[in-house]
Design a protein around this ligand. Structure first.
Ligand SMILES: [Ca+2]
Ligand SMILES: [Ca+2]
Length: 435
């Protein structure tokens, strides 16, 4: 629950780097440029008991009171950095005693312009706002007194529509920075509707992929190192068209269709005819439902979950905002066979309760060093931790019963089978002559 007494006091005292209690405010005491959604509409208390995961998995609370918690990035020392969209803040979350529950959180920055994207490299936290990327150096040692950020790049468009970013460093040590289409559907020049990348110092900006309407989550396959990313389909066709997409970009220079084609290269009624004649868009590897809002995704590289989860994808479906029937609102598991998606099944559900009651909206997922999976929820302002416990309980009892196995030796007593020979005694049936 949001502590409104705490809110009021924090209006006066909270400064950058302070412990969160519970809503960030400008040091002047004024509201940040972007009013936290959780303030205008108090964050919902996380309802763990309503979350459902497969057998032997468990959902616990990693951290609450993180208004508008969105994208996550983990430092090598295990500090979790969390970006926001409407709240304008960036948080650091620390599990000091490594017991799987965060103990401390800090406001690293506030009043930023939709700082949805966070990435970590060589001791520095990179944060993507709408039109720029900034960097907080040696941040792990300065959670309480974060440095003034270094401006890495200011060369991204300032359009707020789909302008918030998910960012990550790729295997090539470049920072991947998408720029969404500044519209529902429209044609715009580079770098709009694409994924750009820059060197860590901000130079060398180039477009890596085109025809991407708005990706808010991507990861590289742990083995093939190919980029996989989600993409949100356009609105205002109908409730079932077009699909959100799970795409793969094994190399630079590919085009993924937008705005000319969607899904399995279905031409958009308005923009399909305007497609460049030689365009060969790459169809999605998997079409999610329309409007599910596929956002954060990661390959599972941990060792806590069963082996079948290794190198498979978790994808957060944030949930629809304009579908007549609410869809999404869950974390799904996308399984691969080679580079083909073979199944997509619910993994964590319960965000959408009966009667279309929304109690949370998953945004991003993060695999922790111990193999647990974190899930951020910008509606509840919380981060959940999903763990797996081997079903040891049932196997133990069987062991004790093992002593009964000696009964197995009774099998050797199978020699009693010779009783089968008693069958021959069946001939004794002829005794039937008793007839
Ligand atoms: Ca702890
Ligand atoms: Ca596409």
């Amino acid at each position: 629950m949001v502590d409104f007494k705490g809110v009021i006091s924090s209006l006066l005292v909270l400064t950058t780097g302070a412990l969160i209690d519970p809503l960030p405010r400008l040091s002047s005491g004024a509201l940040p440029r972007s009013l936290p959604a959780a303030f205008a509409q108090p964050a919902k208390p996380p309802q763990l008991d309503k979350m459902t995961v497969p057998p032997n998995f468990k959902v616990q609370l990693y951290k609450d009171n993180l208004p508008n918690a969105r994208s996550m990035a983990l430092s090598p020392s295990g500090i979790l950095f969390v970006g926001t969209r409407t709240a304008g803040s960036v948080y650091a979350v620390v599990d000091k005693d490594k017991d799987g529950k965060a103990d401390e959180s800090y406001v690293i920055a506030k009043g930023l312009n939709m700082p949805n994207g966070v990435a970590f490299r060589n001791g520095s936290l990179y944060v993507a706002e709408i039109n720029r990327v900034i960097r907080f150096d040696n941040i792990e040692q300065h959670l309480k007194d974060p440095p003034t950020p270094v401006v890495v790049s200011t060369s991204f468009p300032d359009k707020r529509h789909h302008g918030w970013k998910f960012i990550r460093f790729g295997p090539d040590d470049k920072l991947y920075v998408p720029v969404g289409a500044p519209c529902n559907v429209c044609m715009r020049p580079d770098p709009f509707a694409g994924i750009s990348r820059i060197k860590p110092d901000g130079t060398g900006q180039e477009v890596f992929a085109r025809g991407v309407r708005n990706t808010v989550g991507f990861d590289w396959h742990p083995v093939t190192k190919q980029l996989w990313f989600t993409d949100n389909g356009r609105d205002l066709i109908n409730d079932t068209t077009p699909p959100d997409e799970l795409n793969c970009a094994p190399q630079a220079g590919m085009h993924f269709g937008f705005p000319y084609f969607y899904g399995d290269n279905v031409p958009d009624s308005e923009f399909g005819p305007k497609a460049p004649p030689n365009l060969k868009p790459v169809p999605p590897r998997f079409p999610f439902g329309a409007h599910v809002a596929a956002l954060g995704m990661r390959f599972y590289t941990g060792s806590m979950f069963p082996a079948e989860y290794k190198n498979q994808m978790f994808v957060a479906l944030h949930g629809s905002w304009n579908s007549a029937k609410k869809v999404g609102y869950q974390v799904v598991l996308a399984k691969l066979d080679g580079d083909k998606v073979t199944s997509v099944t619910p993994f964590m559900t319960g965000f959408l309760q009966p009667g279309e009651q929304v109690i949370g909206r998953p945004v991003d997922v993060q695999v922790m060093p111990d193999g647990a999976l974190l899930v951020s929820d910008d509606d509840a302002g919380a981060i959940y931790r999903v763990t797996y416990n081997k079903p040891v309980a049932p196997s133990k009892p069987t062991k004790p019963t093992a002593p009964t196995k000696p009964t197995a030796p009774t099998k050797p007593t199978a020699p009693t089978r010779p009783t089968a020979t008693t069958k021959p005694t069946a001939p004794s049936r002829p005794t039937a002559p008793t007839k």
